[in-house]
Design a protein around this ligand. Structure first.
Ligand code: GLN
Ligand code: ZN
Length: 735
């Protein structure tokens, strides 16, 4: 049997984020639409040429986008938010929905399954589904050839959307003739890749009937056209998928805990083509091609028609290693999108032409990397994972030391990263100014904001995080075992890209990371200044983690390093230390059977970081989301003295979660939304406080904004905080 290779999608960003720059220039009026089309067309052509260069047998088409592939499907099928209806379906509409315009707010963004990619949530209120030819023409330029058009499947699309009075099934059914119209646009193509990742989640059971209906409908309507139902990020129910009348199944053999392979071994898949995701599509590591080889061999024995491909679209990894200047010993271990195609080519040469030269050369690099000494350090995990005393007794000692008023006020950490701050950092990074000049500037900015906070009469101050580019990258640059790339960008939402640090070796604390700035700030004021750290769960979830050891080990290594920093701060007299965990919830596995283990591990890591301190030291944590439901017990188990959370957008819901389990540690509810430039009104803040105080003990309650203030303008911050402090002071009088 000849093995074919395929790909599910390629990064849009371009090697040096050309995609982002072109689109933003278009938004700013610096280039015309024609030029945008030309630039994007070139990026797309480069992507295709590259994939062809690695002799990928079937290239994806339509995976390229002007913003987001879910939004593309919305335009294609005319699922236009009510407030934007009546406009032409063109680039202006596309970007209006994505970003909002003067009259109307943008559509919501949500995380795409358990990735850090955000899609635009489709809105069904009063829509009139129809096929939009213009949207199709922008997206699908190849109508035939060695290609497979890619689209989000109807079940997943509807599952990810909101609004509308129709039932789930009615929505799906209303799209089916439009999908048929879509399929019929094409001439001879290899197959249609229809992405249904929703079928790997907990909801897959309840979606079986409608899924069956959809694919039977397509089978009747399509008259022999080949559909591959594509899943990824978890195991699928292979038996169910093989019962559908489709030509092929796409399965993930990397993130399936070995379950997909087991299922294939247990029941031959003779009547279907298998599209096997054997190369990790969402991490940056070179594959262990020996292991992959044996997986492919096993699959070969069980199926008649085999294509190998990445486990998911390569959208979730950077484009290429070629512009990096990394140590050879480290580079040996890495494979970005381009290098993953190289791996596929090597596997194909081995299986089809009995030529193992490429594969051996790649495997040698993999082995080199894994034998490195930076991956095998000794750790002492024998550290406390419980505080010495229970909350009640330690909080009394903390209060004695801190002597805070009722309803203490504080902020979450960052103050505006102004143009000036960003310019100084860029100048420093590019050696245009000296370390000394940079430090002097950071100090002056810190001092200015300590003065502002004192003038505002805030109770617990922060240094402002002016020295930080990003809350994870900053620590990645300072801890051993991490590397930060130059061009390792990954699309997060729209034109916003992030550059996750790569954990390539054992993580170690080597020197204080935050001490200088924190102590400087503390030296300027009598009030307590909070030490400000990112927690181990968040650092892990927002990095590319190594995969040669269990994830929990990596998390615990980071936890030990953060513990070292916590102790350093404590030793130097910092009495309040905040360990942020905004990514704790998003790391929840897609299937609930794995939630318990994940939460236990996450809680344990947080406690490794924070339990070694004395009773008098107050540990804070912060999370900026508000759906705690499923994880509320884990949040309580963190045993943080104070948690600050986002609430202003969830109205009263969240308090319910905390009430149900009698949450009896300190809690600070975000009393205003920091995502908007709007200055909150005193009544709103007062109402938020009053509502909280009906449920929460006054002595446990703190008042703060929803999240860090780095994206806001200075005058917005000072005006909003003034309202916050004034309202609290008035409230105190009344207590
Ligand atoms: N301390 C961080 C800040 O204020 C927290 C950011 C976050 O929660 N995402 O910016
Ligand atoms: Zn936050």
């Amino acid at each position: 049997m000849t093995i074919k290779t395929s790909n599910l999608g390629f990064p849009r960003l371009g090697e040096k984020r050309e995609w982002k720059k072109a689109i933003e220039n278009y938004w700013n009026g610096q280039i015309e639409l024609n030029e945008l089309h030309d630039t994007l067309k070139n990026i797309k052509a480069d992507n295709e040429a590259l994939q062809e260069g690695y002799s990928i047998d079937s290239l994806p088409s339509g995976d390229f986008s002007y913003y987001d592939h879910v939004l593309d499907a919305s335009l294609l099928f005319n699922i236009i938010p009510e407030r934007f209806q009546g406009q032409d379906v063109d680039e202006t509409l596309l970007y209006n929905i994505a970003r909002g315009n003067k009259e109307h707010v943008a559509s919501a963004l949500l995380k795409w399954f358990n990735t850090n990619y955000h899609y635009i949530v489709p809105e069904w209120d009063n829509v009139s589904p129809k096929f939009n030819q213009s949207a199709f023409d922008r997206q699908y330029t190849e109508r035939s050839g060695s290609t497979h058009p890619v689209i989000v499947g109807p079940v997943t699309y509807v599952a990810l959307s909101k609004g509308g009075s129709q039932s789930f099934e009615e929505k799906v059914r209303s799209l089916l003739p439009l999908y048929t119209e879509y399929f019929n646009q094409f001439g001879d193509v290899d197959y249609f890749q229809v992405d249904e990742p929703i079928l790997v989640t907990d909801s897959s059971e309840s979606l079986k009937d409608i899924t069956k209906e959809v694919y039977e409908y397509f089978n009747d309507a399509l008259d022999g056209k080949n559909i591959v139902i594509q899943t990824y990020f978890e195991r699928a129910d292979v038996e169910f998928l093989s019962s559908l009348p489709v030509y092929g199944l796409g399965l993930d053999f990397v993130h399936d805990q070995g379950e997909n392979l087991k299922q294939i071994k247990n029941g031959d898949l003779k009547n279907k083509a298998l599209y096997a995701g054997v190369i990790d599509g969402r991490n940056v590591w070179r594959s262990d091609l020996e292991t992959v080889k044996s997986t492919v061999q096993t699959l070969k024995d069980h199926v008649d028609d085999l294509t190998i491909q990445p486990s998911s679209t390569l959208l979730h990894v950077p484009v290429t290693l070629k512009n990096e200047s990394l140590d050879q010993s480290v580079e040996d271990g890495l494979a970005f999108a381009t290098e993953k195609l190289e791996e596929l080519a090597a596997l194909k040469a081995y299986f089809n032409h009995n030529d193992s030269s490429q594969l051996d050369a790649l495997q040698e690099r993999f082995v080199n990397f894994n034998n490195q000494s930076f991956k095998h350090l000794e750790y002492d995990f024998d550290v406390p994972v419980e505080r010495a005393s229970a909350f009640e007794s330690r909080s009394a000692k903390q209060q004695e030391k801190l002597n805070l008023p009722l309803l203490p006020t504080t902020t979450i950490g960052s103050f505006p990263q102004s143009k000036e701050v960003r310019k100084y950092r860029a100048d420093w990074k590019n050696n245009r100014i000296s370390d000394e000049e940079y430090r002097t500037f950071i100090e002056s900015e810190t001092k200015r904001w300590i003065d502002i906070q004192e003038d505002l009469d805030i109770d617990v101050l922060v240094h402002g995080e002016f020295e930080r580019n990003d809350m994870v990258e900053f620590f990645g640059e300072r801890l051993a075992g991490f590397l930060v790339t130059k061009f390792g960008w990954v699309q997060s939402y729209g034109t916003r890209a992030v550059k996750p640090p790569i954990i390539y070796g054992d993580v170690k604390w080597t020197k204080p990371m935050t001490l200088e700035e924190t102590l400087y700030a503390q030296s300027l004021t009598e009030k307590p200044v909070k030490g400000m750290l990112t927690g181990p769960v968040t650092i892990l979830n927002w990095s590319f983690e190594r995969v040669d050891i269990p994830k929990v080990e990596v998390m615990n290594q980071i936890a030990l390093a953060i513990k070292d920093e916590v102790q350093e701060l404590e030793k130097e007299g910092i009495t309040i230390i905040q360990v942020d965990e905004p990514a704790l919830r998003e790391g929840l596995p897609l299937r609930s059977e794995y939630h318990g283990q994940y939460l236990d591990d996450a809680v344990n890591a947080f406690k490794i970081s924070t339990s070694s301190v004395q009773d008098e030291t107050q540990i804070h944590t912060h999370m900026c989301y508000s759906q705690f439901g499923k994880i509320i017990h884990a949040i309580k188990a963190l045993d943080a003295d104070v948690i600050s959370i986002e609430t202003s957008r969830s109205h009263g819901d969240l308090i319910q979660d905390f009430e149900d389990i009698t949450y009896d540690l300190g809690i600070g509810l975000g009393v205003y939304d920091i995502h908007s430039p709007r200055i909150p009104k005193p009544e709103e803040i007062k109402e938020a406080i009053d509502r909280a105080l009906t449920n929460i003990d006054t002595k446990l309650f703190w008042v703060n904004p929803d999240c860090g203030l780095k994206t806001r303008k200075e005058d917005e911050v000072t005006a909003a905080l003034k309202v916050l402090v004034d309202t609290v002071q008035e409230k105190r009088q009344a207590l």
